[in-house]
Structures are given as structure tokens and as C-alpha cells.
Design a protein. Structure first.
Length: 297
């Protein structure tokens, strides 16, 4: 069978390398982004340029989106020059982290226009996007999943969460809350150890050989905190947004988030102090300042 014509809206830090993987897999791809430089880089690799999301959706059977916030996702999907205004698209795949609330709203609107909606948030960062090793969470009707599965496999390992809109988004929010929580608690523990006189690297090695090991101690600290680079590759503002969404959704369902609220507060402080564009490993810098230590090694 011939491959469907694809479109991609939002070809930035995550969407760019994912678009490259689709081109390398032999898909024809029409793209749009407000960043002209990102677009031109992909055009040189074989993508076709569009002037709006609607134009992408008039050139492609299946459109993918990778966008930073729920409001932008909603506007790109349903706005005046959005995907829903296209005359060819029949399926829209959202690779963003938007939360189940927006997902349900957009899915309902698109269904009325005979466009299928696929929730497919991803985890694994820019490195995973480039390598094709992302965790790809998916919720959509099963027949639609069978159609888009070969496309999503290009990005990494797929986890089908069910047919209900928003399920994949809930899974992604839960994961991102836990990732941020691991960074907060590891920063506190290592700051305490260094203040007492322990070498930061030795303490991290002990944690990683013991029951306290976690994603922050195994990956984020060795890569971005101990060297003092604070450049893991995920923005504080995005992490703060994801955790806020998670807490809001949980509270709406009647699920208390006591630890989650503390993580949200730490991200709020980090965001205020270092800015939304800072790396979220700057959480550790907040603890360094408070404790009067540097966690290096």
C-alpha cells in the first residue's frame, strides 16, 4: 500500500527531529511553523512548505502537531487558519502535552467535521525524538489506531491506552509529574549530603546502587547537575505547565495531590527565579542557593 500524505505543524525542538524521521522513513511531508529557520532546514531535507496549518491540512491526509501549550493546540486545531479548515485532512495526531481537558474539547469539535482525533503525547526528550526511542502514548478509536500505528512506530515504542479521548494525555501528565518529583527530592537529598560533607558524585553513585535510585539520580544529575551545565533539554516553563495541568486534572477528579502540590511549588519558584526558558534541572540550583552548597562532581 502507498504511504499516506502527511503534514506536520510545529517543527521545533521535538517536532523537527520527528519530522526528519518521517522523511527518512519515506513519507511525503508538508510542514508549517512560525519559525522560518526551522521550516527551511526541513525543506532542504525534502519537506514541502505551507503558509498555515489550514494549508497543511489541505495537502495531507494525516496531520501531526507538536506544540507547547493547550491554548496553542486548540487554536491550531480549530482556529481560523487551523487544521479543521483544511479540505483534505481526515486524521489529526496531537503529539503535544495538553491534558485531557483540551483533548476532549478538540476531539468533539473535530468529530463534527468528520476528522479523527488521536492523542499521542510522547516522552523521551529531543534525544529520543532524534533516535526514534520515544515512549509514544496513544488513545483513539481502534480502527484509527491501526491506520496511524505504522507512522507512530517511526518515533519509538507505542503504548495504546484505550479509545477514550484524553487517556494518553493523563498517562503523560502522570509521568511528567513523577519525573519532576524525582528531580526535586534528589536535589534536596544531595544538597543535604553535600552540606554534611559528602562528595556529590559519591552520594549519587550510592543512591544509584541503592533503593533511592530514580530518573534524576541516574540521568539528570550525571548529565546536567554534577557538571554544572544545567542543560538537560527540557524547559522549566514546560515542566511547570505539565505539573500544573496534572494537579488541576487530579483535583477535578477528586484525587488529592499532596506531594504533587509541593513539586508544583518548587517549579513555580524555579520558573520565577530562572525564567521559563531555563532548563528544569535548575530546580537543583534553587536548592544549592538555599543550602549554600554546590552539587558538583
Amino acid at each position: 500500500m502507498s504511504k499516506p500524505e502527511l503534514g506536520f505543524v510545529g517543527v521545533g525542538r521535538m517536532g523537527g527531529p520527528m519530522s526528519e524521521r518521517l522523511l527518512e522513513a519515506g513519507y511525503s511531508l508538508t510542514i508549517f511553523d512560525t519559525d522560518a529557520a526551522q521550516v527551511e532546514a526541513l525543506v532542504k531535507k525534502g519537506a514541502k512548505k505551507a503558509s498555515s496549518a489550514a494549508e497543511v491540512a489541505s495537502a495531507a491526509d494525516i496531520v501531526l502537531m507538536s506544540l507547547p501549550t493547550p491554548d496553542i493546540v486548540r487554536n491550531v486545531a480549530l482556529g481560523e487558519k487551523g487544521v479543521a479548515r483544511g479540505n483534505r485532512v481526515r486524521t489529526l495526531i496531537d503529539l503535544s502535552t495538553t491534558g485531557p481537558g483540551v483533548s476532549n474539547i478538540v476531539a468533539k469539535e473535530l468529530t463534527q467535521r468528520n476528522i479523527s482525533w488521536v492523542d499521542s503525547p510522547v516522552s523521551g526528550g529531543v534525544k529520543g525524538a532524534a533516535a526514534g526511542t520515544l515512549a509514544v502514548m496513544v488513545s483513539c478509536p481502534k480502527p484509527v489506531f491501526e491506520e496511524v500505528e505504522p507512522i507512530l512506530k517511526v518515533f519509538g515504542k507505542i503504548f495504546f491506552t484505550g479509545e477514550k479521548p484524553g487517556l494518553a494525555q493523563t498517562a503523560k501528565l502522570a509521568n511528567n509529574l513523577m519525573a519532576a518529583a524525582a528531580l526535586v527530592i534528589t536535589s534536596e537529598a544531595v544538597a543535604m549530603g553535600v552540606k554534611a560533607g559528602l562528595d556529590a558524585k559519591v552520594l549519587i553513585d550510592i543512591i544509584n546502587a541503592s533503593s533511592g535510585r530514580n530518573s534524576a539520580s541516574q540521568d539528570k544529575f550525571p548529565r546536567a547537575v554534577l557538571p554544572g551545565t544545567f542543560d538537560f533539554g527540557f524547559a522549566t516553563g514546560l515542566s511547570y505547565k505539565d505539573v500544573r495541568l496534572c494537579i488541576d486534572e487530579a483535583e477535578a477528579m477528586g484525587v488529592p495531590m499532596v506531594c504533587g502540590a509541593s513539586v508544583r511549588e518548587m517549579l513555580a519558584i524555579t520558573n520565577a527565579k530562572f525564567g521559563a526558558n531555563s532548563d528544569f534541572t535548575c530546580i537543583a540550583k534553587v536548592l544549592e542557593e538555599w543550602a549554600g552548597v554546590e552539587m558538583r562532581g
